[in-house]
Design a protein around this ligand. Structure first.
Ligand code: SF4
Length: 285
């Protein structure tokens, strides 16, 4: 059993399959772990075996055999070839859920381990998950559950007391996160303002770390808890470049929906940055 902390909304998640306005099987890489790859090699359904031989290839750039030992060759229009005309997975239909890879089984769930405790969340890259997260006034309410089995993919495993993190910002992970959560949950000012407050504060944290002054972190944590910061450290142009680069570097994908909304978000950041920058100049005058 795995003691796991998760948000309340997670229990309500259900993939809407063919009714999904986007699809995680279009425009995204489809990863196959080693165990699932072996099960495809040994499958007795000859029609499916042929399809596996045709579309699944061993990955030359494996990062983790539990994740991307092999990959699915997407069609020229970037669809998973195992998706039928109704946008349903034929592997699941013909062979059952246990033949799905770890990534296909778990997405959009993400598991991290923080200081020995598992934490499961949903990724808002799935529209159904995004609806559950963003339209839920209690999205930050958590509870603890016991889950059976072993998690095959743990995205981050962080023990902030570990020796390797001494003198790094990771040593303050829980404290930093608790300030981020408090700031987002308490409406002392509009959400845009609070995001900028956090952005400025995180930037300061990074700067003291870059200057090898990480020991000053507790002081900065205390300052923020007491006062918050004035907005304005991110000029609008810097923020636009930052968000565009993050999207480009972290998630180079072909999903049209993802690209469209990332562009809109980046434009939104730009406009918001200008607005807040102007407001903070007026305040200073
Ligand atoms: S993006 Fe989410 S709702 Fe859509 S098919 Fe994938 S898991 Fe299901």
């Amino acid at each position: 059993m795995n003691k796991t902390v998760e948000p309340d909304y997670l229990a309500h998640f259900k993939c809407i399959g063919g009714d999904c306005e986007d699809s995680c099987c279009i425009g995204w890489d489809v990863d196959i772990d080693h165990k699932t790859y072996q099960s495809y090699k040994n499958v007795s359904d000859l029609r499916m075996k042929k399809q596996f031989e045709k579309f699944i290839y061993e990955n030359d750039w494996i990062t983790d055999p539990n994740v991307d030992f092999a990959k699915v060759e997407l069609t020229p229009d970037k669809k998973c070839p195992f998706l039928n005309a109704d946008k349903l997975c034929i592997i699941q239909k013909h062979l059952g859920e246990k033949y799905l890879s770890n990534v296909c089984t778990y997405y959009p769930r993400t598991v991290n381990k923080v200081n020995g405790v598992f934490e499961m969340t949903l990724s808002p890259s799935c529209p159904e998950a995004a609806r559950l997260i963003l339209l839920n006034p209690n999205a930050m309410k958590m509870h603890e559950v016991e889950k059976p089995g072993k998690y095959p993919i743990i995205t981050f495993d962080v023990d902030q007391k570990s020796k390797q993190y001494q003198k790094t910002l990771v040593a303050y992970f829980s404290e930093v996160r608790s300030i981020c959560l408090d700031t987002m949950m308490h409406s002392y000012s509009p959400i845009e303002q609070r995001i900028y407050d956090l952005a400025e504060w995180v930037d300061k944290l990074q700067k003291i770390h870059n200057q090898k002054k990480t020991h000053q972190t507790p002081e900065l944590l205390l300052k923020f808890r007491n006062k918050g910061f004035e907005p304005g450290i991110f000029t609008s142009v810097a923020l636009k470049d930052y968000s565009e680069n993050m999207v480009r570097v972290l998630l180079p994908v072909d999903s049209e929906t993802y690209t469209k909304f990332s562009d809109e978000a980046s434009r939104g950041d730009f406009e918001l940055g200008e607005k807040i920058g102007r407001a903070s100049c007026r305040e200073r005058e």
